[in-house]
Design a protein around this ligand. Structure first.
Ligand SMILES: [Zn+2]
Length: 136
């Protein structure tokens, strides 16, 4: 499906290769140091349908209404094709990332804009809440 070159690049479109970008986070050999790194790695996890990682990086409000199987079906039905970070801001133990993710849903292009909230618990960043808007 993809050329070899594209497969090596991280799905989060940082321009880095997967093994030195989101790969170590998804492989649980490193922990994101910033909300943006966590956000990027969660995008990559969605692209790879790694729902375990999505779940493991959530806390609080985000886990309310979380349904593993529903999310897995949804993530698998969508092809993620782009990520644009609009803004990030980080305080000592909270952070916010605004981003636009582009996807193909059965070949139909769509965009999702989200303002994500992150919290740091004991040195680890978690996704806490998000405001999602879908644009078509
Ligand atoms: Zn990445």
């Amino acid at each position: 499906m993809n050329s070899k070159k594209i497969q090596k690049e991280c799905p989060c479109q940082s321009g880095q290769i997967y093994q030195s970008c989101c790969g170590p986070f998804l492989m649980k050999i490193a922990t994101p140091l910033t909300p943006e790194q966590l956000m990027r790695s969660r995008y990559t996890a969605f692209a790879k349908v790694d729902i375990d990682y999505i779940q493991a990086t959530m806390t609080g409000l985000a886990l309310e209404g979380f349904n593993y199987d529903d999310l897995k079906v949804w993530a698998a039905s969508i092809e993620w094709v782009g990520l644009q970070i609009i803004s990030t801001s980080t305080q000592s133990d909270t952070g916010e990332v605004v981003f636009v993710a582009s996807y193909l849903d059965n070949g139909v292009a769509g965009k999702l804009q989200e303002k994500s909230q992150f919290v740091n618990r004991g040195g680890t960043w978690f996704y806490y809440d998000g405001d999602v808007r879908f644009d078509t």
